[in-house]
Design a binder for this molecule. Structure first.
Ligand code: PEP
Length: 268
């Protein structure tokens, strides 16, 4: 059966854009998405722009995502944000375990797991990033690394608790480098992640989980990546910083949704 998963296109703005720049970019994206498209769209501005972007997106179907969260609700954790505060500011999603956080800020698998659980409790959708380094890929360890990260992020949580989970497969060597995984290589990893989720938590849940690809996604490669059966969307860094580049990627998500719907109607 062809996928019934709604594609998700997520823009990670990283440490870019003032409040005014964030509002302008969000406004251009919201104007394209309007009340909704066949694919879901979220943007992740810097924390200082979350409240302003929420206002810009109000009344549109574009979701608001944070780039990180602590697992505790509140307390003596200087510099952190919490799921409660993300919900308060209007976030629907939160990126967790991005390789830049793992690499530069000491994010661990154990921390990712606690954050996943805390976000789910507060009904903020975690977008959990997993991915291998170039050395790991060249040593043939891609699946060991990626599936190990998937195991750790979901450890001890059942399919009911994990229902809204989104995974983003982001090979580290493809992030911000202009190098993209070949669509069929990415598909192989996505399929392996889905099989592992099925083994861990059951087939029926695993078939509903959206697995995004991230790593130098741009208008020129989005259609090919999103035509793979297990690539359910994209987590986009650099190309999400301009509406001109991000909108064609959203449109690739819409095409995937429409193609899947047509295929499903023929299968019925
Ligand atoms: C990312 O930040 O998650 C990312 C995939 O970045 P880029 O698209 O720039 O490679």
């Amino acid at each position: 059966m062809t996928s019934a998963r709604t594609p998700l296109i997520a823009g990670n703005w990283k440490l870019h854009n003032t409040v005014a720049e964030s509002e302008a970019l969000a406004g251009a994206i919201a104007a394209h998405v309007g009340n909704g498209l066949a694919c879901e769209v979220v943007v992740a501005p810097v924390a200082t722009s979350l409240a302003a972007v929420r206002e810009t997106l109000s009344g549109t179907a574009v979701g608001l995502a944070a780039q990180n969260s602590h697992w505790e609700d509140s307390g003596a954790f200087t510099g952190e944000l919490s799921p409660v505060l993300l919900l308060d500011v209007g976030c629907t999603h939160c990126i967790i375990g991005h390789s830049e956080r793992r690499q530069y800020f000491g994010e661990t698998d154990a921390g990712v797991r606690k954050k996943v659980s805390a976000l789910l409790v507060h009904k903020v959708v975690p977008i959990v990033c997993v991915g291998e380094s170039l050395d790991e890929r060249e040593a043939g360890k891609t699946l060991d690394v990626v599936l190990g990260q998937v195991d750790a992020a979901t450890d001890g949580l059942d399919a009911v608790a994990l229902a809204p989970l989104v995974i983003a497969y982001e090979p580290i060597w493809a992030i911000g480098t202009g190098r993209t995984a070949k669509a069929e290589d990415a598909q192989e990893v996505h399929a392996a992640i889905r099989s592992r989720l099925a083994e861990l938590k059951g087939e029926s849940w695993a078939t509903t989980v959206r697995i995004l690809y991230g790593g130098s996604v741009k208008p020129a490669n989005a259609d090919e990546l999103l035509s793979q059966p297990d690539i359910d969307g994209a987590l986009v860094g650099g190309a999400s910083l301009s509406a001109e580049n991000f909108i064609p990627i959203i449109d690739a998500g819409v095409s995937r949704a429409e193609f899947s719907a047509r295929r499903r109607s023929l299968e019925l």
